[in-house]
Design a protein around this ligand. Structure first.
Ligand code: ACO
Length: 431
């Protein structure tokens, strides 16, 4: 088959260059512009990478127009219905679904690594009493490389695997300790007999002076939320992990940078922001006022949990969570949560509004996730931490794929410089 190319004419003298067109297994074709600077002296300009593929990947595929999300080819709704978080973690890391013994070995391995170095625990006491748990997470996860030197050789596949297992296993322990520290309760050690999410609930909510039994409904709900949050191709935090990793940085440092990027309200911080927004709106009668604010270009207010860079259709994860929200609230006997009623009305009204219709703005995964976390009694400032635990799997899978890709080079974007042209230094006395 002849090599597919497009011809790009770039200047008045008619100088032209044929650029290769690359096709993946799914999705639009991609023009390889890497020769453009060397051959014609031009860079491309694409703020926010709206039209730029930054890497090859086999992990996750999104069709934003159709509202499709696939992990290693499997539709998210099938995984949400039939799978478990650790099975999905195995799939994302290794590329195939595990058989029974493979899943058992993987689960045992992860649960064997849940403890954190005892000296790490003293870190939590060093933060101010009212530190946001995400701030604590960034610091503590970044420090892991100071404790686990024996798995930081990124050129050693076994080191990479151990680091991956350690991060997935220790993230719930670190998250729970961040929470315990913020409420002044003693840290709770992991219990490896419990499941991944059951153990997280145990470490967050049990106290030494009382019996604690994991609520199976809460455990299942958390497991499903984690499946939905596990990966989402080259989003801001995953791209941050890849960029940090492209310099050869150790995996713990890279994941810490991903947590930082996730924290922003335009990304994973949206789940916390949605709940705060619903509380601020307060009542159905105020929806009109807040929608007007969201549409006003002079007002920085945006409808949190609405809109997505890739989905121009209903986010398939939001659809699953909307249904789950009904179920969890019903199970909890709190089906009349006024914030859920408010969220449903807000969605209805926004989806009939021309502004949102024209811009194809639909609820995203974070519109309903916060309401479910609230129903599970997870405090609002822990919502994004929950997201970070789940997304660690996607970050690690992408980091491993990047490190083992022979095409890998350091990420180094260029810029369109708008500053001063060269000028001479003026001595201080003459200024
Ligand atoms: N409320 C009001 N208007 C919005 C919203 C919103 N939530 N989202 C987008 N728009 C408008 C923009 O103002 C813009 O309008 P214009 O064409 O008149 O200028 C248009 O829709 C396109 O929006 P962009 O900002 O160009 O879209 P982009 O892809 O850059 O941003 C983003 C996507 C950041 C998610 C945005 O929709 C947003 O800020 N949403 C709210 C925050 C949120 O829910 N984030 C979570 C995303 S999911 C995740 O990361 C887990």
């Amino acid at each position: 088959m002849p090599k597919e190319t497009v011809t790009v004419i770039v200047n008045a003298t008619g100088e032209q260059l044929e650029l290769p067109v690359l096709r993946g297994s799914h999705g639009p074709p991609v023009i390889d512009i890497s020769q453009l600077p060397a051959k014609l002296g031009y860079f491309t300009y694409d703020p926010g990478f709206k039209g730029t593929a930054s890497c090859h990947s086999d992990i996750t595929y999104i069709d934003g127009d159709k509202g499709i999300l696939l992990y290693r080819g499997y539709p998210i709704d099938q995984l949400a219905e039939k799978s478990s978080f650790l099975e999905v973690a195995y799939l994302l890391l290794k590329g195939e679904l595990p058989d029974h013994p493979q899943l058992q070995t993987f689960t045992d391995t992860i649960m064997d690594h849940t403890m954190i170095h005892e000296n790490l625990r003293s870190f939590f006491g060093g933060f101010r009493y009212d530190a946001h748990p995400m701030a604590t997470m960034v610091g503590v996860v970044g420090s892991l490389s100071a404790f686990y030197h024996d798995s930081t050789d990124i050129n050693n596949p076994r080191h990479r695997e151990i680091a991956a297992h350690r991060m997935i296993a220790k993230m719930p322990t670190i998250a729970a300790a961040s929470y315990k520290s913020s409420v002044g309760q003693p840290y709770v050690y992991p219990n490896n007999k419990l499941g991944y999410c059951g153990n997280l609930l145990h470490m967050m909510f049990s106290v030494p002076c009382a019996e604690y039994e994991v609520n199976p409904v809460a455990e299942k709900a958390l497991d499903l939320l984690f499946i939905l949050h596990a990966d989402h191709e080259q989003n801001a935090s995953t791209s941050t992990v890849r960029l940090a990793g492209s310099s050869g940085a150790n995996p713990f440092a890279c994941i810490s940078s991903g947590i930082t990027a996730l924290w922003g309200p335009a990304h994973g911080g949206a789940n916390e922001a949605v709940l705060r927004m619903l509380e601020e709106i307060g009542d159905v009668s105020n929806i009109g006022k807040y929608l007007a604010k969201a549409k006003d270009k002079n007002d920085p207010f945006r409808l949190m949990g609405f809109g997505h860079r890739v989905y121009k259709n209903y986010d398939p994860r939001a659809r699953i969570l909307r249904k789950m929200c009904h179920e969890v609230l019903h199970e909890n006997g709190s089906s009349a949560d006024p914030l859920f009623e408010l969220a449903l009305r807000l969605e209805d009204i926004a989806l009939q509004d021309d502004y949102f219709i024209e811009r194809k703005l639909y609820p995203n995964v974070d519109f309903y996730s916060g309401l479910i976390y609230k129903a599970l009694k997870i405090p609002t400032n822990m919502f994004t931490v929950m997201f970070a635990i789940a997304r660690t799997v996607g970050w690690v899978a992408n980091w491993m794929e990047m490190v083992s890709d022979p095409r890998g080079v350091i990420g180094r974007p260029r810029q369109l410089y708008d500053g001063h042209c060269k000028r001479d230094y003026t001595p201080l006395s003459e200024r």
